[in-house]
Design a protein around this ligand. Structure first.
Ligand code: FES
Ligand SMILES: [Fe+2]
Length: 465
């Protein structure tokens, strides 16, 4: 199969835009970590829809992918005290993560007596100093050792030591708790490839708290939902309101290794899809609260750009409101969307411009349903106790993001637009005569890369069988 040549959108590239910014970065140069990476070898064949719709393909993922990969389970803030637990569910698997006096542990969420889930799916809370099965009361210490079996005289044949709770790997990066069911998996820090290095320039997530956590149930395959967030090719059609102030077709798409890729999306510039982009003043009016009628409207001076004024305002606000010093960050790092994807199902946004985490998982054992987690972060105020992490809100496909407390009307509308199109796409895949998708060379390159990593996991798992 021929190698795909990736061709960017005509007109200014992301690099052209950031080179034009007032504060470009160290020594006036764009930070090295924002440089484009073009090396990936990609082919051009169509991708079959049965990868999204068939029970057989879904079963292969359940067998060879989900039990082998590092997956984000929760933020460390929900596991602050010994005894705090969180249940992470993925398809038919379920994992309890718990804080013990000696650190975090994770276990398969299934009783060693007759299999009952030890904690309900989706649960979080405080488990005291033990994990007790809700059926007959077998009880384990938080370190996984079997503490008590009711009517123990009937279990003289039971080997207590062999009935420790089976462990799942658990590691933490940047306050994000990851689990991996493969005890021989590579260390998380290696799996994450460039992320630890890149994010060390930006922030410790532990200085931020979760202000919104919403889960939306969707009628599509988990990959369908994820891939809508791996390209902005759809923006002018699905989100026409965004094109005035977001560079969509000229986002920079980078592929690092098997597990990580990213897009860098310029804000406060107009989309190349617009015949006539907005003026710098109009861009500023759109982006800053109040618009052109606002009493405190900022009027640009000759030569000033909207991006640089917004970035300067962000620096000032961060210092005044949160005591944060963002003076070493470039304008781009402060206001653009720097969205990293971690295989198989996680997005983590770098820089303080759009502090979010997103994750897509199959809903139960259904290739046609998934759940999209979205966590929005806010800096922990310098004074007083840190705010509590937001309670998780679960919404259905018919509900609007705009009705979720903490999500503004514009963001809610954009997310609704994204999630509405997904049912249509999934139903169209099922109705398709062609039976496959044809991807663009650059804007959808990361979807293709994702599928090649997926194949690698499937094939190496099947080769071991
Ligand atoms: S199934 Fe758990 S104690 Fe019986
Ligand atoms: Fe979108």
């Amino acid at each position: 199969m021929a190698t795909m040549i990736r061709k960017g959108c005509p007109g200014p590239s992301y690099q052209d835009i950031v080179r034009g910014d007032k504060v470009r970065g160290p020594d006036g140069q764009v930070p090295e970590i924002l440089a484009p990476i073009r090396a990936a070898h990609l082919t051009s064949e169509d991708i079959a829809f049965d990868r999204y719709t068939s029970d057989a393909f879904f079963a292969r993922e359940m067998e060879h992918v989900w039990p082998k990969v590092w997956q984000f389970a929760c933020r460390e803030e929900v596991l602050s005290e010994a005894g705090d637990f969180y249940v992470y569910d993925i398809g038919r698997y379920s994992v309890i993560v718990v804080r013990t006096a000696a650190g975090l542990k994770a276990y398969h969420n299934s009783c060693l007596h007759r299999g009952t889930k030890l904690k309900p799916s989706g649960a979080a809370g405080f488990s005291g100093d033990m994990i007790q099965c809700p059926f007959h009361g077998w009880t384990w210490n938080l370190d996984g050792t079997l503490r008590e079996v009711p009517c123990s005289w009937e279990f003289e044949h039971l080997d207590y030591e062999a009935n420790r709770l089976p462990e799942v790997r658990v590691e933490v990066w940047n306050s994000l708790v990851f689990v991996n069911m493969d005890l021989r998996a590579m260390p998380l820090v290696d799996y994450l490839e460039v992320l630890p290095g890149h994010f060390s320039r930006w922030w410790g997530f532990d200085e931020w708290y979760t202000s919104v956590h919403v889960q939306k149930e969707l009628s599509c395959n988990w990959k369908t939902a994820q891939e809508a967030f791996m390209e902005a090719y759809h923006t002018p059609v699905v989100h026409p309101e965004m094109t005035q102030v977001v560079g969509d077709w000229n986002m920079q798409h980078d592929i690092f290794g098997d597990h990580t890729s990213r897009d860098l999306c310029p804000m406060a510039v107009s989309s190349p899809s617009m015949e006539q982009g907005l003026s710098q003043q109009a861009l500023l009016d759109q982006r800053l609260a109040g618009g052109p009628q606002a009493k405190d409207r900022v009027v640009l001076e000759e030569g000033q750009s909207a991006r640089s004024v917004i970035a300067a305002r962000t620096r000032e606000n961060a210092a005044a409101k949160f005591g944060k010093d963002f003076s070493a960050l470039s304008d781009a790092e402060l206001i653009d969307s720097l969205k990293y994807n971690v295989f198989p199902n996680l997005f983590v946004y770098g820089g303080p411009g759009l502090p979010q985490i997103q994750q897509v998982r199959p809903l139960g054992n259904d290739p046609h349903r998934c759940v999209l987690d979205m966590l929005m972060l806010q800096p922990i105020p310098p004074e007083g106790p840190p705010p509590q992490a937001a309670i998780t809100v679960r919404i259905t496909e018919a509900d609007s993001y705009a009705d979720v407390s903490g999500i503004d009307a514009f963001t809610g509308m954009v997310l609704d637009q994204d999630t509405q199109i997904l049912r249509w796409q999934h139903e169209g895949m099922l109705a398709s005569r062609k039976g496959a998708e044809t991807l663009s060379s650059n804007q959808e390159s990361r979807i293709r890369h994702f599928h090649s990593t997926l194949d690698r996991y499937l094939e190496s798992g099947e080769a071991r069988d």
